[in-house]
Design a protein. Structure first.
Length: 157
């Protein structure tokens, strides 16, 4: 197993993993991003995200995609957008290795918090995070406005 920073040439495999996650989360039609989007947004002049990839026998079988945020209470933080491991590789320690890479990145960058979302029905992930010492904030709700909602809201103004 090799954990390394991702590069533009990895984005086709990364998109495949993103689509695999969407199927796992029962929303396969929700993925609209393309390889070109990933290359532009992750490797342009001002990257919007960073990524670690996990390789086994030269195949990308896992990713941890993250970006920096700013907390008015904590300062610089990392948001772990997705930690994805191919179904066939779950239980091998690969997810733990990617998770560790994110925590090491946070320590290296002196962030005061690493945060992410987890679906309440993803019991193995919830248990893993709790066992690692992470706190799951039950009282907070994730709020999103999709493209249709944005357009609808702005049309009312």
């Amino acid at each position: 197993m090799n954990i390394r920073k991702g590069n533009p040439e990895d984005m086709q495999s990364v998109l495949g993993l993103i689509k695999e996650l969407a199927i796992f989360e029962k929303e396969p039609e929700a993925v609209v991003i393309t390889v070109d989007d990933l290359v532009r947004d992750g490797f342009g002049e001002n990257p919007l995200f960073h990524i670690f990839v996990a390789e086994v026998e030269e195949e990308i079988v896992g990713i941890a995609l993250y970006y920096y945020r700013y907390s008015t209470w904590k300062g610089k933080t990392i948001h772990l957008e997705d930690l994805i491991v191919k179904d066939k590789m779950r239980g091998t320690g690969l997810g733990s290795a990617l998770y560790t890479a994110i925590m090491k990145q946070g320590k290296k960058e002196n962030v005061r918090r690493v945060e992410w979302n987890v679906l309440d029905w993803n019991t193995p992930a919830v248990k893993f995070y709790e066992n690692s010492g992470a706190k799951i904030l039950e009282e907070w709700r994730v709020v999103q406005m999709d493209e249709k909602g944005i357009n609808s809201y702005l049309a009312k103004l």
